[in-house]
Design a protein around this ligand. Structure first.
Ligand code: UTP
Length: 311
């Protein structure tokens, strides 16, 4: 194994999901379905499609459903087999074979930086990826694969970024960039959730990272920052002072599915792309947008009347 092989990914999933309460009071945010797959499965599939073999999921209280999802479900499998649902059966079995899954518990939601630190013993002394499961990236080349490719070339920590509207910079970690080629920047500094006036750019870190193991010793010393949490951004700022760090503009459509509006937009887009659902759902949406009196009884309208009940 060379120092440039990225075999392991950490998916922090121990947050409280307060933006989605009360849905996330007893169920993990990461298990919210985007059409028919939980958010975290998109993250795992992106990692696997990017060449990752070992997936370390950082969990916490109330997150058991995540482990169950990536485990086999013998009873369900027997049922599907007995009912001749072979395709569904193979899909269900496939989920548990996607990667080698390991779980580590973050006993208190002390922040993203702390969640990453919890994975230290399972990562050891090699570069690794971090994927935030509530940021969905829909791209022909998986977002993480783009980063790993750039990491092999640049040999420094590399952060996935995209431009965001200036008035939204206060929702992200923002980089201070020195552009070295189109879409590639040297990171000269980082700031977590700045006001638009404080922000050094509108390039936001979008939940994809490839990091060297040196980040762990920095995280150990990182004190709580914004919102009283141990912020990964603060540790990255320290790392950038010691060794080269880069930001790569990831090509693809990003959805912030950790936020209600972003989640709804992602749901609509993925539903429209779904071959068995898209055409009828598209018709329904078009019809829904017409003024009430102009609405026709399209197929989707009929479908809607099948799926809704008048009281
Ligand atoms: P977020 O801030 O987006 O998620 O953290 P959250 O804290 O769960 O949600 P809100 O903001 O309260 O609605 C980004 C990622 O980091 C994980 C979250 O699970 C999410 O995937 N995280 C965050 C942890 O694992 N531990 C933490 O202490 C904080």
């Amino acid at each position: 194994m060379s120092r440039l092989d990225v075999r392991k990914a950490v998916i922090p999933a121990a947050g409280l999901g307060t933006r989605f309460l009360p849905a996330t009071k007893a169920s993990p945010k990461e298990m919210l379905p985007l059409v028919d797959k939980p958010l975290i499965q998109y993250a795992v599939e992106e990692a696997v499609a990017s060449g990752i073999e070992d997936i370390i999921i950082v969990t916490g209280r109330g997150k058991r459903a995540i482990e169950d999802h990536f485990d086999r479900s013998v009873e369900l499998e027997e049922n599907l087999k007995g009912n001749g649902k072979a395709q569904l059966l193979s899909q269900m079995r496939h989920i548990s074979t996607l990667a080698n899954f390991c779980y580590v518990r973050q006993t208190e939601a002390l922040g993203l930086g702390h969640a990453v630190l919890c994975a230290q013993r399972l990562i050891g002394d090699e570069p690794f990826a971090v994927i935030l499961g509530d940021e969905i990236i829909d791209a022909p080349v998986p977002g993480l694969a783009q980063l790993i490719h750039a990491f092999k070339k640049r040999q420094g920590a590399i952060l996935g970024v995209q431009e965001v509207p200036h008035h939204e910079v206060n929702r992200y970690g923002i980089v201070s960039p020195k552009t070295i080629s189109p879409g590639v920047h040297r990171v000269e500094g980082l700031i977590e959730k700045p006001t638009p006036a404080e922000a050094p750019s509108n390039l936001a870190v979008i939940g994809r990272y490839v990091l060297p193991p040196e980040i762990f010793s920095i995280l150990r010393k990182t004190r709580p920052g914004k919102n009283g949490e141990i912020q990964l951004t603060d540790a990255l700022r320290e790392l950038a002072k010691k060794s080269p760090m880069y930001a790569l503009e990831i090509q693809g459509q990003r959805y912030d599915a950790g936020d209600k509006l972003g989640f709804l937009i992602a749901t609509v887009e993925f539903a429209l792309k779904n071959p068995s659902l898209g055409p009828e759902f598209g018709e329904y949406l078009q019809d829904r947008m017409r003024p009430t009196e102009g609405r026709r009884m399209t197929r989707s309208k009929k479908a809607q009347s099948r799926h809704t009940r008048k009281t």
